[in-house]
Design a protein around this ligand. Structure first.
Ligand code: FES
Length: 562
């Protein structure tokens, strides 16, 4: 017998039982469209412990690497061999397997937006309308029905996905839904997804469609009453969803196929349009699926949607929007001029590449305070025992170490050790090498800020509103972020932790045709700053790696350097 834990629930399994059957027995919904025949590739699980206690990979699993398996193919085999060659059962070691499906229920995902200047109800003017029994999209009849008319806004992120369901006649939001992007088995960042898609064309898209189908089926309306869907996301996620070839986004000069076609005169916009049927979704087959336009290969439709959400086209004030992630996106400007940049920050602030790092799941340390006695007080998501540290906890930790002088501005621990223990009982610690990873991620963000402000010809203190967008930005402590130099040294009154501005922008584009046109026009006016070509980029980066308040590189000094 083998103890198998799936999504936190445990069962005893006899040899030969598949993880899928065990999951079903535990009442866990394992995604499937092929009923365990190894064809749909949707039943993926990530095995955290006990890979040797599972059967060999089958032919149907050839696309999977690392600890990912298909639940319908992976079967329990209790007699795994130990390092000494004997069976682990012989040695009194009881084999255990711990795994989870790709839809972990306890992931903290930001669904809301806060502190925005304009409500989305300002103009209810959807593309889908009714004329008696006729349902029309931009004036073309697509159905005859007296039933309701619904639409979906979707923020399709590399890590997480948020859906909002609207009644398109009243503009009311009926429901929302969020889950982890199941494409994680193809790598955690866009570059690895691009490379995976090159080897297994279409598989990421089909897997996502399977998960979306289930998420839509769980919404409290008949899916065929959904006549439009607006999709925002980074350029890679958006293009993969629409079945586009994403190879060119992974190669210099990092352009989406839609940008290339637009430059060649083959299209007039980088937005994409498809139908419910072609996107393999259970919504009305003639429903329009609209992928919002992108700004560049690495500043996607999610950043464009943020511009709509913060009403940038009508702002006179100088606005900055920063969405910190593996690829931090930056927008600066107002109705006169807009600059955008992307900073390749890497996964450190999402807990990747950090010894005890983890995503914002239950068990992640998100608050850290260091008492005068040197003891850590830790706030843990879900109030459970700590399992690791997520991004906002890492920012807190760095700030506390800096404040109490246990770490200097160069990121060196002052007690000459290279390891700091946060929770001995649960073996949670922080390494000096972790600081290096975070320093580089921060350096990329700061360099981006410096380049964009320098290109705009402003000092940081001229920014009137600094929107911190995204789930990570929402949960950061502003004071800690300023202390370590992750964000500029602006007063609290100018910093707005806006949450998921991208889903708000997608919602606005769904509910208003004129705002959607505004978005299409807005992206054509954005000047894309390529950080690596700026003469001072490297100096900005090195300076940004230090843990100190971000000071503006004076324009004069920057000019002199040039
Ligand atoms: S259930 Fe379809 S591949 Fe496993």
């Amino acid at each position: 017998m083998v103890a198998v834990t799936i999504n936190g629930q445990t069962a005893q399994a006899v040899d030969g039982t598949s993880l899928f059957d065990l999951g079903e027995g535990l009442g866990i919904q394992v995604p499937t469209s092929c009923r365990k025949h190894g064809k749909c590739k949707e039943c993926i699980v990530e095995v955290a412990e006990g890979m040797p206690s599972l059967s060999e990979r089958t032919e149907q699993e050839r696309h999977l690497k690392g600890n990912f398996r298909l639940a319908c193919q992976a079967r329990v085999k209790g007699e795994s061999k130990s390092a000494t060659g004997g069976s682990r059962a012989d040695e009194g070691v009881r084999p255990t397997i711990r795994c989870h499906t790709m839809r972990r229920a306890n992931m903290r995902i930001e669904r809301h937006a806060f502190g925005l200047p304009l409500g989305r109800k300002a103009a209810l003017e959807p593309a889908v309308t009714r004329d008696g029994e006729r349902i029309l999209i931009d004036g073309d009849v697509v159905d005859r029905s007296t039933g309701p008319i619904h639409g979906i806004a979707m923020d399709l992120g590399t890590t997480t996905i948020v859906l909002r369901l609207f009644d398109l006649e009243s503009g009311e939001q009926i429901a929302d839904s969020s889950f982890e992007n199941p494409q994680r088995f193809g790598g955690s960042d866009v570059m690895s997804r691009i490379s995976f898609d090159g080897e297994h064309r279409g598989l990421l898209m089909r897997t996502l469609a399977g998960y979306l189908t289930r998420a839509i089926a769980e919404l409290p309306v008949e899916p065929r009453t959904i006549y439009e869907m607006v999709v925002v996301g980074n350029s890679t996620m958006r293009d993969l969803f629409f079945g586009q070839n994403v190879y060119s986004i992974g190669q210099s000069p990092y352009r989406s196929i839609t940008e290339i076609e637009m430059a060649d005169g083959k299209r007039t916009t980088t937005s994409l349009t498809s139908t419910g049927r072609r996107c393999l979704l259970p919504i009305h087959p003639q429903a329009r699926v609209y992928g919002a336009p992108i700004i560049s290969g690495h500043v996607g439709a999610d950043a464009a949607a943020c511009m709509l959400a913060v009403n940038l086209a009508h702002e006179d004030r100088l606005i900055a929007v920063m969405d910190i992630g593996t690829n931090t996106e930056l927008i600066l400007g107002n109705w006169r001029r807009i600059l955008a940049a992307s900073c390749p920050a890497g996964p450190a602030f999402e807990g990747g590449a950090i010894a005890c790092g983890m995503p914002a799941l239950d068990g992640a340390i998100e608050d850290v305070a260091l008492g005068s006695d040197g003891a850590f007080q830790l706030g843990v998501i879900g109030g459970t025992a700590p399992e690791g540290i997520c991004g906002s906890g890492l920012v807190d930790l760095l700030s506390e170490l800096l404040r109490t002088r246990r770490m200097n501005s160069m990121g060196r621990f002052e007690d000459a050790g290279s390891r700091i223990t946060l929770d001995a009982a649960h073996d949670i610690y922080f390494l000096e090498s972790d600081v290096n990873e975070l320093a580089q991620a921060k350096g990329a963000n700061v360099a981006g800020l410096q380049v964009v402000c320098s290109a705009y010809g402003i000092d940081f203190d001229e920014i009137d509103v600094f929107y911190l967008a995204g789930g990570f930005g929402r949960h950061l402590k502003v004071e800690a972020s300023r202390r370590i130099g992750l964000i500029p040294n602006l007063p609290d009154s100018r910093i707005v932790q806006v949450g998921n501005a991208a889903i708000e922008g997608a919602s606005i584009a769904l509910l208003s045709r004129s705002r959607r046109r505004e978005l299409e026009e807005l992206v054509t006016r954005v000047e894309h700053c390529r950080l690596e070509t700026h003469p001072s980029f490297f100096d900005f980066f090195v300076d940004g790696c230090q843990f100190k308040a971000v000071e503006q590189e004076s324009k004069l000094a920057a000019d002199e350097r040039r």
